[in-house]
Design a protein around this ligand. Structure first.
Ligand SMILES: [Zn+2]
Ligand SMILES: [Zn+2]
Length: 171
């Protein structure tokens, strides 16, 4: 859905979208979209600023950063973000908008794509190191086994050769 930044209706327009997974490729290694993304919200066209508010529900699959397991993650997020068409923006307004503590994007074009906005917000909401669970034990550094599933004995058998050498000296 394209949002026309030049429109100046005062009544907010509501949207209720379902975006298919193939239409919202995240282009990040952190997560993949795993089903239709639902977005409801409003677009409010003001004098020169357009405010987009939305609640998004996105079924994702993340790769656990410790054990690498593919893990479903239902991402729910809400955002409120404002757009101005660069040609319509004066410097004064830029300062004022900054003070208003509103996330503001200056668009070079006179329209923005809602799917792009939603994609960006999903990426922003992703954790830098996603985990399958808070208690994930990760992979064994020695045998590579998934410590959530196997109980390898690598740690116990592990001896640092330098310590072994010192031990020999002590004899
Ligand atoms: Zn994990
Ligand atoms: Zn091991």
């Amino acid at each position: 859905m394209k949002i026309d930044l030049k429109r100046t209706d005062s009544a907010p327009a509501a949207f209720d979208l379902q975006i298919d997974a193939e239409d919202i490729e995240l282009e990040t290694d952190l997560a993949r979209i795993d089903g239709p993304v639902l977005a409801t919200g409003t677009v409010s066209n003001g004098e020169d600023i357009t405010i987009v508010e939305a609640d998004v529900s996105a079924p994702l699959v993340i790769d656990c950063s410790r054990c690498l397991a593919q893990t479903p993650l239902k991402k729910e997020l809400s955002f409120r973000t404002a757009f101005v068409f660069s040609e319509q923006l004066s410097e004064e307004q830029e300062v004022e908008l900054d003070l208003n503590d509103l996330e503001l994007s200056v668009a070079e074009d006179d329209e923005v794509d809602l799917t792009d906005i939603i994609r960006e917000q999903i990426i922003l909401s992703l954790p830098a190191s996603p985990l399958c669970s808070e208690n994930c034990k990760g992979l064994c550094e020695i045998c590579g086994g998934d410590l959530n599933k196997v109980n390898c004995n690598c740690k116990q058998e592990e001896t640092d050769p330098r310590w072994a050498a010192l031990k020999d000296l002590g004899k």
